[in-house]
Write a protein of this length. Structure first.
Length: 290
């Protein structure tokens, strides 16, 4: 259904629907069993949509775009919520939700992370400054006490979410950090980079524990299963790999049905399926039988 690369995919909490954002300026919500569009296309952005995120209760979704704005939508009807959120001075690369759904963090090419009120769309406090290049990914810890952001400056930065205080810069990648996700227990942070590696960090010790190698080119997206047992990585080598989060070993063979860059991966809420999106303008649902 999309007419351009699908840059981002996310599951709704019930696990029966996924939302996608595309370079064709549209957002669509799909039935995972039938493959039919059930809501959308949602139109409003006038540049490519880089990232979509779903609130924990599944009632709201937000989108980040090259048009320098963030938009909020009703996930049931597709109706826009409020005005576009403006404040970043350049392309907005990424958005997420806090665990309770009250905050939306975002990252942009202006080198900053911003926080927004998910109910009103109003900016909260001052931008978080510290990165020296574009911010490509952002995520909240499960305990909501920490925000992690990854950048083209090769670093991951951790921020105290209540105050916005910069805590530490994690340095281990040799190129842009494009994707981040916390383990369910908050102890580990998984990162994916254009340097072809997945890295697993211990947040408590702030040390790199393991580097996973296997992709032949840039990794665009990483996700961790709800149980914390598996990591999925999607790459510009057109493949998806599944890893054992405890050992770092590859699980099975690479998933190879996509015919272009894999842009985004997301585990279903029960961990049994994986959604992926690609520059080939398609989404795929994979049975993993976790």
């Amino acid at each position: 259904g999309h007419d351009d690369a699908v840059y981002s995919v996310a599951y709704l909490p019930a696990g029966t629907r996924v939302v996608s954002g595309s370079g064709d300026l549209s957002i669509r919500i799909w039935d995972t069993l039938t493959g039919a569009v059930v809501v959308g296309p949602l139109l409003g952005h006038d540049r490519a949509i880089n990232c979509v995120a779903i609130s924990p209760d599944g009632c709201q979704l937000c989108s980040a775009s090259y048009d320098c704005t963030i938009r909020r939508w009703d996930a049931e009807s597709g109706a826009p919520l409020g005005k576009p959120m403006t404040g970043h001075g350049d392309w907005v690369r990424c958005v997420a939700y806090s665990p309770d759904g009250s905050w939306i963090p975002s990252g942009a090419d202006d080198h900053t992370v911003r926080l927004w009120d998910a109910s009103t769309g109003e900016a909260l406090g001052e931008p978080l400054e510290g990165h020296t290049d574009l911010v490509g990914c952002v995520t909240f810890s499960p305990a909501a006490d920490c925000i992690a952001s990854g950048s083209l400056d090769h670093t991951i930065r951790l921020w105290d979410s209540p105050t916005g205080t910069h805590l530490v810069a994690l340095k281990g990648h040799h190129y842009s950090v494009d994707s981040l996700c916390f383990s369910p227990d908050r102890i580990h942070l998984v990162s994916g980079s254009l340097d072809k590696t997945v890295q697993i960090w211990n947040v408590e010790t702030q040390q790199l524990e393991r580097t996973l190698r296997g992709h032949s080119v840039a990794i665009r997206s990483v996700a961790i299963s709800p149980s914390g047992r598996y990591i999925a990585s999607g790459s510009a080598d057109d493949t998806i790999r599944i890893w054992d989060a405890r050992t770092g070993e590859a699980v099975g063979v690479p998933l190879t049905k996509h015919t272009d860059w894999v842009r985004s991966v997301a585990f279903s809420p029960d961990g049994r399926s994986l959604a992926s999106s690609s520059s080939s303008r398609t989404l795929r649902i994979w049975d993993l039988f976790e």
